[in-house]
Write a protein that binds this ligand. Structure first.
Ligand code: SF4
Ligand code: SF4
Length: 168
């Protein structure tokens, strides 16, 4: 495609800026009458218009079974697939040969929220969540242990669905 060059010439006669000024002011007044598109976060939130997508990948949650135990069977897939290497898993086994996590930790500070851990989990135990308000005063508080992961109550992410690419 040929690239065209538009040459702008300086005006040679006197130019009045009144018209441009009035146009600018009209535009300003037009916007003054319109409804606000901002809000006073964090006092204002949870408006329907501002609800975050159900595909949002935020703070993790570990789901539990009917007895309140972690659904994780310590298969080791999520630490294996994690690109940020931020999942620490120490597997254990009970007297019946059932595997469970002795230690399961996620460093939310190193996590890149790719959602691979949720996608790969065969037990649908670990999930990224629809939640982002996880600010802390100390670095160490970003390492979520199993108990803390299990105590999260926010909704879990639906991730990207190829049959519904726009999430509608
Ligand atoms: S979301 Fe991605 S980076 Fe974060 S813990 Fe899971 S696999 Fe690792
Ligand atoms: S992939 Fe699921 S079952 Fe396997 S270690 Fe991770 S959370 Fe546990």
């Amino acid at each position: 495609m040929a690239i065209g060059v538009k040459v702008m010439r300086r005006p040679t006669t006197g130019v009045s800026y009144v018209r441009a000024t009035l146009k600018g002011m009209a535009l300003t007044f037009k916007h003054l009458r319109q409804s606000k598109v901002t809000m006073e976060y964090p006092e204002e939130k949870s408006k329907d218009d501002w609800a975050i997508s159900r595909r949002w990948r935020g703070t993790h949650r570990m789901l539990t079974d009917a007895e309140g135990r972690s659904k994780c069977v310590a298969c080791g897939l999520c630490p294996q697939v994690c690109p940020a290497n931020c999942i620490k898993l120490v597997p254990g086994e009970d007297e019946h040969g059932h595997r469970y996590p002795l230690i399961y930790e996620i460093d939310e500070f190193r996590c890149v929220f790719c959602g691979y851990c949720q996608e790969v989990c065969p037990e649908e135990a670990i999930h990224v969540g629809v939640h982002f308000e996880n600010a802390e005063y100390e670095r160490a508080r970003f390492v979520y242990d199993l108990e803390r992961l299990q105590s999260q109550t926010h909704p879990v992410s639906t991730l990207w669905d190829p049959s519904d690419p726009k999430g509608e």
